[in-house]
Design a protein around this ligand. Structure first.
Ligand code: SAH
Length: 382
């Protein structure tokens, strides 16, 4: 079965759901006043709104998942546009939001929360507020999702580090073979890293090309995803998950063959790697590209919580994100044990004084208005 069929965040609103375990991502967006992410979003939305001035602003969120984060971006964008309209004494536009994710995403949890969402919006905004329509667009963002020239703004947080598939070179026993790891670690052969990078370059280029065809001239993209420091040392939660799986193989709790060719369909690029793909693809001008460190447990107050609670929190966040993929491969029975082991590995890291954090890339891009014969674009002067 392909990634597209099995991969989705844990649905519903239960204890292991994404809805109840996504406050890391939520927090990044909430606190991004501090982390400089929100000003970048505000700047790019204002630019799009002021240059295009549409009657109906069409925005798509790519990789929306389900739960509170999904509709938070709708709120954020409406607020930014509303305050801009107020400052320029313009009538605010109406809004059309398209919530995109893979078809197996739990869209129903979003749909169920819409009535309440619309009601609160009307109460808060009053009659001056233009209507807001929310639709769903299931499908992979590595293909076209919308007609030509139809979207003003794309928003995507914590989604584009997911690849369309793990690199094929890792699964056919070739040089890049990743043996008992499930993602890049500091000890991988260089070929493993190269295979992952090639897959990211291929996918990210397709992503940018598709979006450039769908955006109107002057349209823009805001992206946040997990990045990597430009150092040989690679420390990720996926490395710890791989070690936990490996321990379980050694204890005969998992068949070794199942782990051998399993690799996460994920890549966290350095800022330089992401920039190189954007420049090579050529459809966009980079407005901002920044890297900001964020703790894996960033939303909990470290002073108040002990190591066990902090690591439990991180393990639950990553369970909501990775469980569907790992369950499909290793079976449901070992899931509780696996994430307990992950928590214990996290505690060991903390005890050694290691930092549990990763860089987050925040990128804003504006579509160039045309490409010359060499494929180089130019930004439309408006
Ligand atoms: N934007 C949300 C959710 C991030 S989780 C937030 O910031 O909290 C990442 C989401 O990306 C998941 O729901 C996953 O299903 C989705 N995703 C991954 N690859 C995708 C693809 N190729 N096309 C569409 N959605 C994808």
């Amino acid at each position: 079965m392909g990634t597209e069929q099995v991969f989705h965040m844990n649905g519903g609103e239960g204890d292991t759901s994404y809805a109840n375990n996504s406050s890391h991502q939520f927090n990044f967006k909430q606190r991004n006043g501090v982390l400089k992410g929100k000003p970048i979003l505000e700047e790019i939305i204002r630019k799009v709104y002021c240059t295009i001035n549409p009657k109906c602003l069409k925005v798509a969120d790519l990789g929306c998942a389900s739960g509170p984060n999904a509709l938070m971006m709708v709120n954020d964008i409406i607020n930014i546009v509303e305050s801009t309209s107020f400052n320029f004494n313009r009538k605010p536009p109406s809004f059309q939001f398209y919530m995109n994710d893979l078809p197996s995403n739990d869209f129903n949890t979003i749909f169920k929360s819409l009535a309440q969402f619309y009601e609160t919006l009307e109460e808060k905004k009053g009659p001056r507020f233009g209507p807001c329509f929310i639709n769903a667009t299931p499908g992979t963002f590595y293909k076209r999702l919308f007609p030509d020239n139809s979207i003003h703004f794309f928003h995507s947080t914590y989604s584009v580090h997911w690849l369309s598939q793990p690199p094929e070179e890792l699964t056919n026993g070739a040089e890049a073979y990743n043996m008992d790891n499930i993602y890049l670690t500091s000890t991988n052969p260089p070929e493993t890293y190269k295979a992952y990078l090639r897959q990211f370059q291929h996918d990210f280029k397709l992503f940018l090309k598709s979006r450039s065809e769908e955006l109107v001239p002057g349209g823009a993209i805001f992206l946040t995803f997990v990045g990597r420091k430009n150092t040989p040392e690679i420390r990720t939660v996926f490395g710890l998950l791989g070690m936990s799986l490996n321990d379980m193989v050694l204890e005969n709790l998992i068949e070794g063959a199942k782990l051998e060719f399993f690799n996460m369909p994920l890549y966290s690029p350095t800022a330089e790697e992401a920039k190189a793909v954007i420049e090579e693809e050529g459809s966009f001008t980079i407005q901002r590209l920044e890297s900001m460190m964020l703790g894996w447990d960033a939303n909990i107050n470290e002073d108040e919580l002990d190591e066990n609670s902090r690591c439990e929190f991180i393990a639950k966040t990553f369970r909501a994100i990775t469980e569907t993929l790992l369950k499909a491969r290793f079976g449901e029975d070992i899931m509780d044990e696996l994430y307990l082991r992950l928590k214990n590995k996290l505690i060991q890291m903390l005890m050694k004084g290691e930092k549990l954090e990763s860089p987050n890339l925040v990128i804003s891009l504006v579509k160039k208005s045309y490409k010359d014969a060499n494929g180089n674009g130019a930004t439309q002067v408006l």
